[in-house]
Design a protein around this ligand. Sequence first.
Ligand code: AMP
Length: 283
Amino acid sequence: MEILKTKRLMQQWSRARKKKGKTICFVPTMGYLHQGHISLLEKGKPLCDELVLSIFVNPSQFGPNEDLDAYPMDIDNDLRLAAVAGVTAVFLPQKEDIYPPHFQTRICLDSLPHHLCGMSRPVHFGGVATVVTKLFHIVMPDVAIFGKKDFQQLQIIRQMTWDLDFNIEIMGGEIVREKDGLAMSSRNAYLTADQRKSALSLSRSLHMAGQVIAKGEKNPLVIEKEISCFIQSFPQTRIEYISFCDPATLETVGVIDKQILLALAVQVGKTRLIDNVLIDPPQ
Ligand code: AMP
């Protein structure tokens, strides 16, 4: 496994592989790897000749009062896990290499970022789209894999890739959960033991909503009321949003008569957690 610490070295590596006719699968991350990240690497491993992992805590996707400085890191453990997963190159750029002085370009999309997480994180998806664009140009992958845990991010990357003719196949990986249902996240490391219990309110409420819809409830407002009471019954929780929306446009739906995305953001203590599920109404 090669470790490439500058964009020039990464580009040279990718160009050399492409010259030999090799295909490249790419999994971008911010590190502190867990089984959710590993599942994306495992999905990608058989798809291409090369498997590239990037680890970069991207400052431009954090707002001024967010957790950029506190974001957990353990590069040694990440490299060990990457080698076990069969990664052939790890791209570990420095901030100055990605955002040199006088950098001034930003990718923005008209509609998808203005829903769900974008409402409270106005700079987030511009930062994501910009860094992913740069990483795509540097790594030059044939396939790139993103987790459905960040469903809105996945849709934005799909849209951007299509809009801007990147010629990269974007694939989604299923959400990996702890045994008790909590969606894995690097940010779970922030939770105290009590908060960890409250964090279960997210996955449990998604499950509850699925059961209510399976029984025939079609009104999102009725279900929203029920799950919001449920989440609030857990200590230290503050709901940011509960959204029943169209999975393609992320626009709110008024009636559940086709597949919907139910997406949540809840602050547990100081930690912001997200989760989601696709739900089909009964036939
Ligand atoms: P991050 O390091 O949090 O930026 O995540 C890197 C990639 O891993 C993104 O595509 C995430 O959607 C994905 N990811 C994070 N957590 C999970 C999870 N629990 N299951 C599946 N994919 C995940």
